[in-house]
Design a protein around this ligand. Structure first.
Ligand code: FE
Length: 206
């Protein structure tokens, strides 16, 4: 199997927000799509170990916002690279809530969906969620950001920051490793924080 084939699939970039028992959290996902229009149903996969996933399984409703091309890398990194178990991601972020009290931000987003859980299918590292869309909003005419757009933006940013421009990229989800420890020195048990795959799935790009 050539894992690079997965690079040929197109993915978007989304912010999934949930509130449960006064805990507000949101994470970045790259797998959300429309399944059917009538009734309006979406699909999303989320890493089992994510706090947002855990909150959603209890709450059974969430917001999914479509990240647009004018969204700053800081916002994506803030919600994508931190864990809500370590920090309150909304502490210094102005946000609003929907009728379920689930949090969302509008800056850098071009659409938002209010979703409720229809079915959760357990996969190895993720849950596949079938979501009933209760409401949807267009927020701007900005184009949606694809995961490929994000990678280009992030690689350009990394190149400015690092003197070395070698980067290790997850061949499954395209996550670019950016930890302080050199990738080669990471523990063999290292797992991709986005899709949960091991070190052997990473490809060195120069
Ligand atoms: Fe990955």
């Amino acid at each position: 199997m050539d894992n690079k084939a997965f690079f040929k699939l197109s993915y978007g970039l989304f912010l999934a927000g949930v509130e449960y028992q006064q805990k507000y959290n949101a994470c970045i996902i790259n797998t959300a799509s429309q399944a059917t229009s009538s009734p309006p149903v979406m699909l999303a996969t989320m890493l089992k170990s994510n706090l947002t996933t855990e909150l959603f399984l209890s709450k059974k409703s969430m917001n999914i916002s479509v990240i647009s091309q004018n969204c700053s890398l800081d916002v994506i990194n803030h919600f994508g690279l931190n864990s809500g178990r370590d920090i309150d991601k909304f502490e210094n972020t102005s946000f609003a809530v929907d009728k379920y009290k689930n949090p969302f931000i509008e800056e850098g987003m071009n659409a938002r969906f209010v979703c409720t859980l229809n079915t959760a299918k357990e996969l190895s590292t993720h849950y596949l969620f079938i979501l009933d869309v209760e409401n949807s909003f267009v927020l701007s005419d900005e184009k949606p950001m694809t995961y490929a757009d994000y990678r280009v933006m992030k690689n350009n940013s990394d190149r400015l920051i690092k003197s070395s421009n070698r980067s290790w990229v997850c061949s499954i989800c395209h996550y670019v490793y950016d930890g302080a420890t050199p990738f080669e020195e990471l523990d063999e048990n290292y797992k991709c924080p986005v899709c949960g795959k091991g070190k052997e799935y990473f490809i060195c790009e120069t």
